[in-house]
Design a protein. Structure first.
Length: 134
């Protein structure tokens, strides 16, 4: 819900910042980062659903790698905002707010993977090496 709400606010902010009623184009780097964050979140969620649906081990290493990638993308956007052109700060700030929502959702998805893997390891200690590494 938080990600969805921030996406709505992102659209509203882009329209509000426009000069002619049409949102300005996103910077290529911003668009690529948001696309990549969306792809990572989608892949991670899909992998978790497939693991649960197939009663298969959760790949916690892949979930952890996805979380780290999301954090890195958000950090790159934050750095670009701080080092960017002061005239474009408002536009980049709305991108960063959306990226923060993606990153927070990615963190929650990782924590869900982790909790489910821990639970599976407790129920099936023989699967611990496949699902959870502390």
């Amino acid at each position: 819900e938080g990600l969805e709400r921030q996406a709505e606010l992102f659209i509203d902010a882009r329209v509000a910042l426009s000069h002619d009623g049409k949102p300005s184009q996103l910077a290529d780097a911003d668009l690529r980062a948001l696309d990549e964050m969306h792809l990572i979140l989608t892949r991670t969620g899909r992998a978790l659903l497939e693991s649960l649906g197939n009663h298969a081990a959760i790949d916690l290493d892949a979930a952890r790698a996805a979380e780290i990638s999301m954090n890195a993308l958000e950090a790159r956007l934050r750095k670009a905002l701080l080092e960017g052109d002061p005239r474009t700060v408002r536009g980049h700030l709305s991108v960063l707010k959306l990226a923060d929502a993606y990153e927070a959702t990615g963190n929650q998805l990782y924590r869900l993977n982790e909790a489910l893997a821990e639970g599976a390891a407790e129920l099936h200690p023989d699967l611990q090496k496949l699902t959870y590494r502390s």
